[in-house]
Design a protein around this ligand. Structure first.
Ligand SMILES: Nc1nc2c(ncn2[C@@H]2O[C@H](COP(=O)(O)OP(=O)(O)O)[C@@H](O)[C@H]2O)c(=O)[nH]1
Ligand SMILES: [Mg+2]
Length: 313
């Protein structure tokens, strides 16, 4: 049976296999994703990001257990853009080793940079689609850190949760610089530690600086290791989803993302067609060398390729 059909019939191994295929940019995955496409678009996609050690994986573990009580099916993708060798294994360990691993309603996957960084975000997006078609109600993407790649990965989510912990100081600065604006919900985890008040004050001050939309991001406190505050977090996530739906924001988000995805696929396909026609590998390398030597600029080089293609059609 086709791998896509196996996924639609509930075969977990087929899910794992197809995610590996998208990670490896296997061309056979494209066809399977095409078969799955009509079955996607139902899941609520939740991103969780923040500095290492803030308790993201512990939060995910507790949150998922709380969803299981509501009979939800949950997909978890732990993404570590900084780990080319472990494939995100370290990041996912805490969740993978927990008792969630044997839950029939949970699917856990770790991903790292197997190829180049740009590929990770696309592979993550494809993994989300696969889990969506597999029938997951919620798909949680855990990423570490606050860099550009995390922001890109977070862009797959409908609801993004930024996790902080007391006493990080400089890390709040990092959040301010980079990703404050992507947060729909802020969590101060390890609220059992000293300094939660101060962290909350700092977050509040920064939130006031960013322009307030219709949604005011709540700042919640949790002690993930004791499951404290998990239900409030789950409620906060649901409120955000309700807001997205009632405001029409969900449709807008989905439209924008689908548009970007389509344009990026179109760009890739067009360049493949053009390169096939006018350029082999050595010609490409020679052209790159000329760009490097400043004999030609990359925009002009691209226009020349397109011209050569249309003249030789
Ligand atoms: N004191 C305290 N420790 C916590 C809390 N939540 C998680 N931890 C611990 O913090 C460490 C890092 O947690 P982890 O979930 O792996 O963080 P991640 O790197 O953000 O995924 C682990 O030892 C957890 O047991 C909490 O609320 N309070
Ligand atoms: Mg983690």
């Amino acid at each position: 049976m086709e791998i896509a059909d196996r996924i639609l019939k509930g075969d977990r191994r087929a899910v794992a296999r197809l995610i590996s295929m998208v990670e490896d940019s296997d061309p056979l995955a494209v066809e399977a994703l095409g078969i799955l496409h009509p079955h996607t678009g139902k899941a609520h996609i939740i991103g969780i990001t923040g500095p290492p050690g803030a308790g993201k994986s512990t939060l995910v573990d507790r949150l998922v257990k709380s969803y299981l009580l509501l009979n939800k099916r949950i997909g978890i993708i732990a993404v570590d853009p900084s780990s080319p060798f472990t494939g995100g294994a370290i990041l996912g360990d805490r969740i993978r080793m927990s008792d969630l691993n044997t839950e029939p309603n949970v699917f856990i996957r770790s991903m790292g940079t197997r190829g180049h960084l740009g590929g990770l975000s696309r592979a993550t997006g494809d993994a989300v689609k696969i889990l969506d078609a597999f029938g997951m109600d919620k798909i949680i993407i855990e990423t570490v850190g606050a860099g550009q790649s995390e922001v890109e990965i977070a862009s797959h989510a409908h609801t993004t949760i930024l996790v902080e912990m007391p006493g990080l100081g400089d890390d709040i600065q990092t959040i301010k610089a980079g990703i404050m604006e992507i947060g729909d919900i802020f969590v101060i985890n390890k609220a059992d530690r000293q300094g939660a008040d101060r962290t909350e004050m700092e977050l509040r001050a920064m939130l006031e600086l960013s322009d307030a939309g219709e949604w005011t991001p709540p700042i919640l406190r949790t002690i993930a290791s004791n499951s404290d505050g998990i239900v409030a977090l789950r409620d906060g996530i649901e409120s955000h989803l309700v807001y997205l739906k009632s405001s029409g924001k969900l449709d807008i988000l989905n439209h924008q993302r689908t548009r970007e995805e389509f344009l990026s696929i179109l760009g890739g396909e067009i360049s493949k067609i053009i390169l096939d026609k006018v350029m082999d590998g050595s010609k490409l390398d020679a052209l790159v060398a000329r760009i490097l030597k400043r004999e030609i600029d990359p925009y002009k080089a691209a226009c020349d390729c397109i011209r050569e293609f249309s003249e030789n059609r």
